[in-house]
Write a protein that binds this ligand. Sequence first.
Ligand code: PLP
Length: 455
Amino acid sequence: MLTNDQLAQWDRESFFHPSTHLGQFARGEAPQRIVTGGEGVYITDRDGNRLLDGFAGLYCVNVGYGRREVTDAIAKQAGELSYYHAYVGHGTEASITLSKMVMDRAPEGMSKVYFGLGGSDANETNIKLVWYYNNIRGLPKKKKIISRWRGYHGSGLMSGSLTGLELFHKKFDLPLDGVLHTEAPYFYRRPEADMSEGDFTKWLLAKLEELIQREDPDTIAAFIGEPVLGTGGIVPPPVGYWEGVQEILRKYDIVLIADEVVTGFGRLGTMFGSQHYGLQPDLITIAKGLTSAYAPLSGSIVGNKMWQVLMQGTDENGPIGHGWTYSAHPIGAAAGVANLKLIDDLNMVENAGKVGAYLRRAMADAVGDHPNVGEIRGEGMLCAVELTSDRSTRAGFSPVGSVAGKVVGEMVKRGVISRAMPQGDILGFAPPLCLTEGEADQIARVTAEALREVL
Ligand code: PLP
């Protein structure tokens, strides 16, 4: 077996890690962790640490690690048929069964599911479908996409443009033309301290409508949003937000894309975030929770209205010119089938709602009185602790992000993984949906210890 030192050296010499400070990593100035195993909500590494994964990988290992039901299904599929494509009407038992299972769980009004590999490519698919849709409808000018600042939709050319975080644009020449960003529905960062939540929503909706008017409604094709802002800070929407947004979109014939890569398959305590907030999307992006990341798989769920137009498009133009070699990969599909079944069998959607609420209460008890805790928020099995240098003014720290990073580091030393969310000092928690109350207590206790250590 390779020793840790050899692996560590190869890692720094050979491996281009995503979302990593490349220079610091190559020079050995940045942390490195070689992960070897996982069981339940814990991972283990080669240095002998056992860590409670309070972020489920990247909010994706929803059923927890080491589930035999899923790994056996993958092994069986790999043995029987490790690959066949899905082009020109080909399918496998796994991909067809998974389509049926996804559609049985999808919100009302949805028609079909297209499978990709990850959330970023699913959003690339969605934007292509929106453009195709408007071309077939004879609306070739209607192509611009509205996203939100602090939205996260991936890091491809289009999906990275949709993402509303500076780091994903800077020096990449993004966003692409035709992608617009509107205000983040982030009440803690409202423009005026004395604004009520209802007034903040009105302000957001006015900003959205202003943008549409300024750009010309006939040029706006779609609005994309996560039901709850995820990577941008784990921020549930203010009261009345989604009702108001949908009213505006209907008024101007703008497609709604619900990016449910994080919220799909139970994270909010409901099967989809769309059901949680009464969204009626035209397209839904799914990934992560679809397979609990046991294998890469994503999807675009297409609504009835759009499906009719896509069919018309292929009647007029021939087969849809879109597809990946690995679309509906049988191993991913087999993982998905076993994963969705497990989520049902173990009542994980309900557990996410119940234990998620317990986690936020435990967090409030543990750190709610800390002078540097500005807000504790979340929904379902999502929780954020926003740190501030001054509770009364909600001022940030300088440099931004420095404090949350240190707290996360202290937490890992105490056996719990959390995530410092970008563009702020925000501790993020998104544990597997099978978390127990005892494990939630452990996360809250370690957060308090780490906060005391750093601040
Ligand atoms: N959409 C949302 C809401 C996400 O949170 C993510 C990833 O975190 C993506 C899209 C991109 O998914 P992927 O990283 O699988 O490309």
